[in-house]
Design a protein around this ligand. Structure first.
Ligand SMILES: *[C@@H]1O[C@H](CO)[C@@H](O)[C@H](O)[C@H]1NC(C)=O
Ligand SMILES: *[C@@H]1O[C@H](CO)[C@@H](O)[C@H](O)[C@H]1NC(C)=O
Ligand SMILES: *[C@@H]1O[C@H](CO)[C@@H](O)[C@H](O)[C@H]1NC(C)=O
Ligand SMILES: *[C@@H]1O[C@H](CO)[C@@H](O)[C@H](O)[C@H]1NC(C)=O
Length: 420
């Protein structure tokens, strides 16, 4: 845990604002001069990052004196911060092997050296002790698709730095991880993940990958998470990706339509309406029962750059995108917007004094800018042990652990601990 700096050790507090800024500028220009004439490139970058960090810190201290303003973490950029994401050993905290990129032999580790810098404030690094204190006695549930599991496993790994966990439940089919629960006995806290890629009740492909499509019931919730809903104090919902898969949608016995499966001759209803309905139904359920915080995570885009899932180079970038280098496409924007709108709508319906707090964990932009953070071919162990084949399974959707998804939890922490 990082104690907040005592005032007496922080000279900036004793200076008028203008002097502090001039000092920062002076330091900056001296450091730049030094860099330009004398240092090797690696050292240059390190010094430069430290200078930027100092300037950022100084700036955010001035800003935070104004106080009270909520920070928008959704806009910003990734800045080089050596080691920022090297926080745990994913093998030790037993994440899904397909996301344990270091174990699987990914040779480049530069993707662990970036920190998200929001546009108008500083995002503090994850503080496991503070997070556990915030969820003491509580049940934190991640409900949704495999990105939801990716974030849950990141959280468990991050928390192990402060407290040991016990696995309370895991799927009998070990690789599936459709329902897992971890306990942190020191704080009487539990973290669960519920596989519910449509939030709604679904059978077919989402249960058995060799089936051609899904049958989704837009009048009923996924059974396992819905029956546990009354035990959940913090719920993080993330279910977008499967809405793009082929499915037939039902309301009771009535067929509402289908998406992506024209051979069945049902009306094509797209992905937007089912997504809205699934979120609306879920939020309705979570609006009653107990006082809690419901967090809606927005769409985390994929980076299959050439639209091929079996190409080992589909996501082989080594650095984040820079501002303006990559824009979201209209579908990605829409998937994000629907979730934001449904969060706003349910907050309005429940009113400001409601017992349930609704928040958006808006990760779309920060995730979109990290094409370098996916396992790619390193979803399998030592994929190039026998040379480089033309085709091999590649994951440009989930993030390596540790990796960019840890930032989702840094923001989740701010959401859970901020003043209300
Ligand atoms: C993580 O821990 C495992 C098991 O203890 C060890 O074999 C491995 O080298 C560690 N990985 C890293 C990246 O430190
Ligand atoms: C999965 O679906 C396939 C194709 O329909 C079927 O042959 C298989 O038995 C199913 N597996 C399970 C475990 O239900
Ligand atoms: C399902 O049918 C019921 C009864 O006709 C109707 O009230 C409801 O709006 C329908 N739901 C959807 C998602 O179409
Ligand atoms: C869909 O319509 C086509 C053309 O009318 C027909 O040949 C086909 O059998 C229909 N498929 C189903 C599953 O009803």
């Amino acid at each position: 845990m990082k104690p907040s700096p005592a005032r007496s050790t922080n000279p900036v507090y004793f200076l008028p604002k203008s002097v502090g800024i001039w000092l920062a500028c002076g330091f900056l220009s001296m450091a730049l001069l030094h860099l330009l004439c004398c240092s090797p490139r690696g050292a240059q970058e390190a010094v430069f990052t430290q200078v930027l960090q100092y300037a950022d810190d100084t700036y955010s201290k001035f800003r935070s004196r104004g106080g009270g303003q909520r920070c928008d973490y959704s806009e910003g950029r990734w800045v080089w911060a050596p080691g920022h994401a090297r926080r745990y050993n994913a093998t030790v905290c037993d994440v899904k092997e397909a996301q344990d990129c270091l174990r699987n032999g990914r040779p480049d580790t530069g993707y662990l050296d970036w920190r998200w810098q929001p546009a108008g404030c500083r995002l503090p690094a994850f503080d496991p002790a503070a997070f556990l204190s915030a969820v003491r006695g509580k049940h934190v549930a991640f409900v949704g698709d495999s990105m939801s599991r990716n974030q849950a496993e990141s959280l468990v790994c991050l928390l192990t730095a402060a407290s040991p966990y016990r696995v309370v439940h895991r799927d009998p089919v070990r690789y599936k991880r459709q329902f897992m629960r971890w306990a942190f006995p020191t704080h009487d806290a539990t973290v669960s993940v519920y596989w519910a890629p449509y939030l709604a009740r679904a059978t077919g492909k989402s249960e058995n990958y060799s089936m051609p499509y899904n049958l989704v019931h837009l009048d009923a919730l996924g059974d396992r998470w819905a029956s546990d809903a009354d035990t959940m104090d913090v719920v993080v919902l993330a279910a977008n990706h499967w809405m793009l898969n082929p499915a037939v949608y039902h309301n009771g016995s009535e067929v509402l339509g289908a998406h992506g499966h024209p051979e069945l001759n049902h009306t094509e209803i797209g992905y937007a309406a089912p997504l809205r309905q699934a979120y609306r139904m879920s939020l309705e359920r979570l609006s009653s029962g107990r006082s809690r915080t419901v967090v809606l995570a927005t769409f985390s885009p994929t980076h299959f750059e050439n639209n091929r899932m079996d190409d080992p180079t589909a996501c082989d970038k080594k650095e984040p995108y820079k501002e303006g280098e990559k824009e979201l496409n209209s579908m990605e924007k829409e998937l994000r917007r629907i979730v934001v709108e449904e969060a706003e709508a349910v907050a309005r319906r429940n009113g400001p004094s409601g017992a349930v707090r609704f928040e958006v964990l808006d990760v779309t932009k920060l995730a979109a800018m990290r094409p370098d953070g996916h396992p790619g071919p390193y979803m399998n162990r030592d994929p190039f042990a026998n040379g480089v084949p033309q085709k091999m399974p590649t994951d440009c959707l989930h993030f390596c652990l540790p990796g960019p998804v840890d930032t989702f939890n840094e923001i989740l922490q701010q959401i859970l601990t901020k003043r209300q």
